[in-house]
Design a protein around this ligand. Structure first.
Ligand SMILES: O=C1O[C@H](CS(=O)(=O)O)[C@@H](O)[C@H](O)[C@H]1O
Length: 291
């Protein structure tokens, strides 16, 4: 059975949102707590860091180049160097209480970004969608920490997770992509790890990082665990597919909230891992602006 391998000599603080760019042969990701977007060229091994002034919860690559980024204060378009070119919207939560967290694009190139409710006193976070004409919508509430966004190839389902609430949801989408009523896809018992970032493969299976669970899992379209892969770190945060054949799974991990003892014991906490898989993954689409 394939084993996860370290991508290169790097450990971040809170790496998330791995995103493959086939044209550039590059992996992008954010380090949320260091206000950074990273780019790593798999062939040349060149590593670049783009610095922002606020936490970068998530982002997507834009078709025209540059990024759509969800910073703590709101959602913005930037050029390739991270220079803000346009504000899309404010953070619809109170930004002092909730930063953006997981996000990405759907099968029509719309952008989604969810928030993480910092005080944790109730499910105060939400999920927003930015349409291709740049109109923002809040499409879901009742979330503690938005995570696990992925879309089925047939455009019929949106998957999300709520990590602190230990649950993966699925939401039916109509022909226009409007969400219906969210339902539970899978709950995790205490001690099993909790579902964090995710991606879907060509067989419709949902790959989830199991934060606090030392592993990632591949779930069938019915929610059964088909495969699991152990990691030498406690907290994987998100996965994406990439490589020439889309059969490399990139796995981000974190060292957030770990004491020196744990980091010494598990020094790869915060590293990025790769795993060769048998079934190709669905590519992430770029954000499309049609104005
Ligand atoms: O996505 C995230 O999830 C984790 C885990 S938890 O929800 O707090 O259990 C969190 O630490 C991290 O900050 C966040 O980005």
């Amino acid at each position: 059975m394939a084993q996860p391998q370290v991508l290169f000599n790097y450990t971040g603080h809170l790496p998330e949102c791995p995103t493959w760019n086939a044209q550039e042969n590059c992996l992008y990701w954010t380090d949320i707590l260091e206000n950074e977007i990273h780019r790593y060229n798999i062939a040349s091994k060149k590593h670049d860091v783009i610095q922002f002034s606020e936490e970068v919860g998530c982002f997507a690559l834009c078709e025209t180049g540059g990024f759509i980024v969800a910073l703590r204060s709101g959602i913005y378009l930037t050029n390739r160097t991270g220079l803000i070119t346009r504000k899309v919207c404010d953070n619809p939560n109170n930004p002092t209480l909730a930063r953006f967290n997981d996000g990405g694009t759907d099968r029509d190139g719309r952008f989604y970004a969810g928030t993480f409710w910092g005080p944790g006193d109730y499910n105060g976070a939400l999920l927003c969608r930015v349409d291709n004409d740049l109109t923002p919508h809040v499409i879901q509430h009742d979330i503690h920490g938005a995570n696990g966004l992925a879309f089925s190839a047939d455009k019929k389902w949106m998957f999300t997770s709520d990590t602190p609430n230990r649950v993966i949801y699925r939401t039916p989408l109509d022909k226009q992509g409007e969400p219906g009523k969210r339902e539970v896809f899978k709950r995790f018992e205490p001690g099993q790890g909790i579902p964090d970032g995710a991606a879907i493969d060509e067989e419709g299976c949902y790959w989830t990082a199991l934060f606090d669970g030392y592993r990632i899992a591949r779930l069938s379209p019915d929610g059964d665990v088909l495969e699991e892969y152990q990691l030498p770190v406690r907290c994987p945060t998100m996965v994406c597919f990439g490589g020439d054949d889309m059969k490399t799974l990139f796995i981000t991990t974190t060292r957030e909230n770990m004491d020196n003892g744990e980091v010494a014991e598990r020094p790869l906490s915060g590293a990025i891992f790769t795993l060769k898989v048998a079934v190709a993954g669905m590519p992430k689409l770029k954000f499309k602006v049609n104005e």
